[in-house]
Write a protein that binds this ligand. Structure first.
Ligand code: DGL
Length: 259
């Protein structure tokens, strides 16, 4: 297996929500970051187009970074294109899907909310997870694409708009018995504190970060290349993105040409 960095991929800054857990479970491992910010947000795009785009961007990013493993730190991409990515790439690919299973384990009331992009809440993959792991739960699926932009703003140093957050969460309040909320988009854990501030204190928040980092530690070559957060790649120039990446230890993004 090549000894390149672990490449974290998302449409935007969402994958940064996983960097802490990756550094914890793979101490000192070299990380690279790639995002398709030219086409952000992914959640509103058509499936066939998105599969082709995700393959093209990930292939280009793996080549540019010399990655030894790819973490698809995007639920919208993983619930659609994981099989296609694994068929196309020669390195291990770890996907991120909504944390329905841990949420079902945690919920006492058996009433769970799923907060994700409009694509992810409707995907057959997601419905399959609910059938398989939460068949005895009531799962309220809520599309909250507006939160993607709020997370992008937060990473760029602007405070999120609490009215937008409150409105996005409002449909979850329809179920007074709800006790657990799955953050099924990697952008959303970045907003966790701000979301908790405008939510009932009884709600517990669950995301996939820890589980994905543990899984990545299992598949990464030993000894892995060391160096911590390093190179980054983006499909469009953006100085705000560069500042956000720098806050997580990554170098300024290099342009990623996608055919
Ligand atoms: N961060 C991505 C996810 O986990 C999606 C954001 C987008 O819509 O581009 O689903």
């Amino acid at each position: 297996m090549p000894r390149g960095p672990v490449l974290v991929f998302d449409s935007g800054v969402g994958g940064l929500s996983m960097v802490g857990a990756l550094c914890h479970h793979l101490p000192g491992v070299a990380l690279a970051y790639a995002c398709d910010n030219a086409m952000l947000p992914y959640g509103i795009r058509e499936d066939d187009w998105l599969v082709a785009r995700i393959l093209a961007v990930c292939e280009a990013a793996v080549l540019a970074s010399g990655a030894s493993a790819l973490v698809v730190a995007c639920n919208t991409a993983s619930t659609l294109a994981l099989a296609a990515l694994r068929a196309r790439l020669r390195i291990p690919v770890v996907g991120t899907v909504p944390a329905i299973k841990p949420a079902a384990r945690l919920s006492r009331s058996r009433h769970i909310g799923l907060l994700a992009t409009r694509a992810t809440v409707a995907r057959p993959y997601t419905l399959g997870l609910i059938r398989e792991f939460a068949a005895d739960c009531r799962v309220l699926r809520v599309a909250a694409d507006v939160l993607v932009n709020e997370a992008e703003r937060l990473v760029a140093g602007e405070p999120p708009d609490r009215r937008v957050l409150r409105r996005a969460l409002a449909p979850l309040r329809d179920d007074p018995q709800l006790d657990t909320v799955v953050l099924g988009c990697t952008h959303f854990p970045l907003l966790r504190e701000a979301l908790a501030e405008v939510s009932p204190p009884a709600w517990q928040w669950v995301d996939s970060g820890e589980a994905i980092a543990r899984r990545t530690a299992q598949v990464v070559a030993d000894p892995a290349l060391r160096g911590g957060p390093g190179a980054s790649f983006a499909t469009a120039p953006d100085t705000r993105l560069a500042r956000g990446l720098a806050a997580f230890g990554f170098a300024s993004p290099k342009p990623l040409p996608v055919g």
